[in-house]
Each structure stands twice: as structure tokens, then as C-alpha cells.
Design a protein around this ligand. Structure first.
Ligand SMILES: Cc1ncc(COP(=O)(O)O)c(C=O)c1O
Length: 393
């Protein structure tokens, strides 16, 4: 496998890679954080699977898919992320998995405290606040210091753990969708463990663009999707529960299709997108063939640094995401400091420069414009962005 850092700079390689994807003519998409494109071969395979399931209907699904193929696909997923198959269950997306974990975590007593920060995804915030009404716990909400450093992030949590001794559970986002900040998950999880606090990790943006070892991170509960950076069809995700912690999550609302020692009982039983699941082996093969998260992450970081290095010190621009390599990935946010309305600037980026971006609000550090290159983004696209930012500031 070629050196990922070297190949990240190789426009000829990535141009050829981009040719494997179809796209409509239109603006340059710098909002690849929503979901990823499937390659043409994956689209073809997905379409074949739709036809196969439509034609064979429940005969194949009842006889083969439910009995064995589904389990084989789960085993392949588990192998990809380096965990045991019994510790993962498919869901429709990351939100569904995270909500199941939060809803069914059974170690809370009335009067306990749970923790969220300003950088959590809104669905996760909502689910943690739901616990207040339904479990009688208090929700502690903290804001992260800006600009963030590795030490400030860990210290913010350490101080919260000391200040709120009744904390039992916290949500943590590996890569925040607001600014792309990468959380020092392992260091925070270690502190949390020392204070007897469980962590539910939101890995929606991390899987496929950041290399990590889930077990080494010290995380017992996590939710992911496969449609952002792995390259699957939409509607696929999974939850992870460390096998020794399965009993701490109840079967989902009395779910009884699977035995209580089967992690699949921790998700709502329903008819999944079977053709999409059947497409996963090819998706995993393509992810691996490219070099996995290491190769994808190196390319995305390279594209990110092309624009960040060019504008970081320009008056009128604030890049919100730090340059500590432990704390950033391909997603990075900025704002125009001399303009009040960042949404208006997103509209100018589109109308005047044909660049598609998105505003993100809700972080304590204020509204920002999120820039997310994708695997088919080219270095020239980032140069257009640099010119646009320079002129618009
Ligand atoms: C940080 C984060 N968490 C959770 C989600 C939800 O993921 P899904 O759409 O798979 O439910 C997203 C989606 O963008 C996200 O950015």
C-alpha cells in the first residue's frame, strides 16, 4: 500500500478515483459531511440487490438472509472495526443506535446526573434531556472553551466531573458536526472511568475518516452510521456495546424477538433495508482497497489544510477548528468576522463562486460555516475556496 501522506497529494490518483463516481453538474460540493457518495460499482450492486429482493421477496429473506447472510455481513462489519461480531447490531442510522443506547441505559437512579456539551448533535442532546423527564435525572450542560486545545477539552471534562459528583453518564461526540473538532476520546474516557461515569460515544463522523481502535479508546457504548465516510447506501448504521456491558442496556422497550443475551434485542426489531445491507460486503471491500480510514483521512486532511493554511491568518476570517493534528479532520469550520450573517455568506459562496457549504449553529463559540471536502474533491476546488474567502472577507 503506498504511503498515505504521499498519495494524499497525488491529484492524478484522486482524479482517477473520482471518475469511479457519478455526479450531476452543479456547484462544487463542500458539504460532504451530510452523507457520502456511493461509487458507481456500489450503486450497480445496490440496484442488483433491490431487484433480487424484490423478485425473491421473503423466500430468500426468510430462508437465507435472516438465517446466515445477515450474520455474515455483521461479522464483516465487526472485522472492519476490530471488535467481536456479538458486540454490534445494525440500525438504520447513527441516531437510532444512539437513541437506543440512551433510552435503554439502565444504571440511572433518580437524582443522578448526566452530561452533555454544546458540541453534541441535537438528537443526542434531546435524548439526554429526555432522560431528565423519564428517569428523574439532572442534565448538566457544559460549554467548551474556544479556541479549544487538547488540554482545555480534557480539563473541561475533569472539572465537570469534580463539580458534579452525581454524574453517572455522559454523551461524547468523537467528531463534532459543528466545527469538525476531534475530541480526545481516550483521555476523556479515562477520566470518566476514574469518576465512575459511563460514556456513550457518537461516532457518526469518525468512522471511515479517522483511524481508531474502539476497544483501546475505552468506550463501552457507541453509535455509528455507514453512509458518511464508509460509502454505503443510506439507511445503515450500527450500535456497539462492549460484550461485558450488555446487561447495562435493556432490550429496547421490551423487545423479545432475540434472546436477552443477543445484542440485536437492544434495537427495535423491524424490516431493514435488506438490499442496502447486502451491498455492504462490496462497500467494505472498496473501503479497504483504498486503504481504509487512514487513506481517506490523509486525503481529507490534505484538502482541509490547503484552504486552512491559506486563510488562517487573514484579517476578517476566523478558522474555528484548531491545527493540532490530534484535534482536526477533513471537516473544518470558519466564520467571516466582519459579517454578522454567516447564512448570507454561504449564499454568496454559492451564487458568486459556485461553492456549496452550510451554516452550523449551536456551538457556544457561535455560528460558523462548515467546509467539508469529500473524496472526489480536488485540490483546485480548494483553491477556488481560498480565492472566494479572500475576496468575500
Ligand atoms: C455528530 C453526529 N451525530 C449523529 C448524527 C446522526 O447521524 P444519522 O444521520 O446517521 O442518524 C450526525 C449526522 O450528521 C452527526 O453529524
Amino acid at each position: 500500500m503506498p504511503d498515505n501522506t504521499l498519495r494524499a497529494h497525488d491529484e492524478v490518483f484522486w482524479r482517477t478515483f473520482a471518475d469511479r463516481y457519478d455526479s450531476h453538474p452543479g456547484p462544487v460540493n463542500l458539504e460532504n459531511g451530510y452523507f457520502g457518495r456511493m461509487s458507481r460499482t456500489v450503486v450497480d450492486e445496490y440496484q442488483r440487490n433491490i431487484e433480487l429482493i424484490n423478485n425473491s421477496n421473503s423466500v430468500y429473506v426468510r430462508q437465507r438472509f435472516e438465517q446466515s447472510d445477515n450474520l455474515d455481513i455483521r461479522a464483516q462489519l465487526a472485522e472492519l472495526i476490530g471488535v467481536r461480531a456479538q458486540s454490534v447490531a445494525f440500525t438504520a442510522n447513527a441516531s437510532a443506535g444512539l437513541q437506543s443506547l440512551i433510552r435503554n441505559y439502565n444504571r440511572l437512579q433518580p437524582g443522578d446526573q448526566v452530561l452533555i456539551s454544546d458540541l453534541e448533535y441535537d438528537t443526542v442532546k434531546g435524548a439526554m434531556r429526555w432522560l431528565a423527564r423519564h428517569r428523574g435525572v439532572e442534565v448538566i450542560e457544559i460549554d467548551h472553551a474556544h479556541p479549544a486545545t487538547f488540554d482545555s477539552l480534557v480539563a473541561t471534562y475533569r472539572e465537570a466531573f469534580i463539580r458534579h459528583p452525581k454524574l453517572k453518564l455522559m454523551a461524547l461526540t468523537h467528531v463534532t458536526h459543528r466545527t469538525g473538532l476531534v475530541m480526545p476520546v481516550q483521555a476523556i474516557a479515562t477520566q470518566a472511568k476514574a469518576h465512575g461515569i459511563d460514556v456513550i460515544l457518537d461516532g457518526a463522523h469518525a468512522l471511515g475518516q479517522i483511524e481508531f481502535d474502539l476497544e483501546a479508546l475505552g468506550i463501552a457504548f457507541a453509535g455509528y452510521n455507514l453512509h458518511k465516510w464508509i460509502g454505503s447506501p443510506l439507511t445503515l448504521g450500527f450500535l456497539y456495546i462492549a460484550p461485558q456491558r450488555l446487561a447495562d442496556i435493556d432490550p429496547d422497550m421490551g423487545e423479545m424477538h432475540y434472546p436477552v443475551n443477543d445484542i440485536r434485542s437492544r434495537t427495535p426489531y423491524s424490516t431493514p433495508n435488506i438490499p442496502a445491507l447486502m451491498t455492504l460486503p462490496l462497500v467494505f471491500e472498496e473501503h479497504r482497497a483504498l486503504g481504509g480510514a487512514a487513506a481517506k483521512g490523509a486525503r481529507l486532511n490534505y484538502l482541509r489544510n490547503l484552504w486552512v493554511k491559506a486563510v488562517r491568518n487573514l484579517p476578517g476570517i476566523e478558522v474555528m477548528t484548531p491545527d493540532d493534528p490530534r484535534l482536526y479532520c477533513g471537516i473544518t469550520s470558519m466564520r467571516f468576522t466582519r459579517h454578522d450573517d454567516q447564512q448570507l455568506m454561504v449564499e454568496r459562496l454559492l451564487s458568486d463562486y459556485n461553492l456549496f457549504t452550510v451554516v452550523r449553529t449551536g456551538a457556544a463559540c457561535g455560528p460558523c460555516i462548515r467546509i467539508t471536502p469529500g473524496l472526489t474533491t480536488m485540490a483546485d476546488d480548494m483553491q477556488c475556496l481560498v480565492r472566494a474567502l479572500n475576496e468575500l472577507r
